[in-house]
Design a protein around this ligand. Sequence first.
Ligand code: FES
Length: 145
Amino acid sequence: MSNADIYHEMIIDYSRNPINFGKIENPDVTYHDSNPLCGDSIDIDMNISDDKVTEIKFHGKGCAICMACSSVLTEIAKGKNISEVKNIGKADVLGELGLENLQAVRIKCALLSLKVLKFALYSHLGKHLKTDDLDKLKEDASSLY
Ligand code: FES
């Protein structure tokens, strides 16, 4: 079995049995966004305690790539502190599933949840950050694709 086959199976698996799929009751942070091209949408809920993401779940609907990337992303973010989550980039998500050379048209599928996570963090930290940090975080989230 080639690496491409293994990654393909992982994506199908994650899309059928997504990890961290669901809602958090009364989350500290929640954010929603959608892909305007297909209408698929993702919500991310998080609980944050002592500067750490203690719980994270996502829900919504998306294609196999979107669901797989949301699963992988939430696994990466779980248990991390805020500055580590701020630094999660597209390569971290795409690399986990062998999607580094994804066609431009599918990039939005792969990175929708990362965009939601960045904006969730932005909305959570908005009141406590210095202007420079806020601008950087906003720029990160907006320039994903
Ligand atoms: Fe909608 Fe991929 S087709 S997120």
